[in-house]
Design a protein around this ligand. Structure first.
Ligand code: NAP
Length: 119
């Protein structure tokens, strides 16, 4: 069985993935932005019939470098599904700025930089 980190465990995809991983017998980890959301997540997993004893939670925010190395230590896989809401629309900035504002594959640097904290 694998040890898998899911970023954004409180999200729609994150919680569903965690249920699948835990029910399949994997050791799952999840990042959440605040431990205040832990009980909500555990209730969602319980509703999905998941065994939450095999779940480890780590506090980490994509806007910050802290917590990611610990969350990923010894993991076999990372499923990065956390998705930050940006304070301004990326395309507006990309359109109004020079090409240097645009990251590869058409993504805006604003979205890529937070993801790189996790990756
Ligand atoms: N849902 C779908 O059917 C679907 C289909 C295809 C693609 N996607 C893509 O998959 C991604 C996730 O979708 P979703 O439906 O699961 O979204 P969601 O329910 O809104 O979940 C987003 C998750 O990201 C976390 N998050 C937000 N900002 C963060 C930050 N700065 N640092 C760390 N975590 C942060 C949220 O945490 P909090 O709980 O703390 O806010 C939440 O756990 C999105 O990019 C979406 O476009 C979704």
């Amino acid at each position: 069985m694998s040890k898998v980190l899911v970023t954004g465990g409180t999200g729609f995809l994150g919680a569903h993935i965690l249920v699948q991983l835990l029910n399949a017998g994997h050791d799952a980890r999840a990042t959440i932005r605040s431990m205040d959301k832990k009980d909500r997540l555990l209730k969602m997993l319980q509703a999905g019939g998941a065994r939450s004893e095999a779940l480890e939670l780590f506090e980490a925010d994509l806007e910050d470098d802290n917590g990611w190395a610990e969350a990923m230590a010894d993991c076999d896989y990372v499923l990065h599904v956390a998705s930050p809401f940006l304070p301004e629309a990326p395309m507006t900035k990309a359109r109004s700025s020079a090409r240097r504002e645009t990251a590869p594959y058409g993504c805006c640097r604003q979205r890529v930089r937070p993801a790189s904290n996790a990756l």
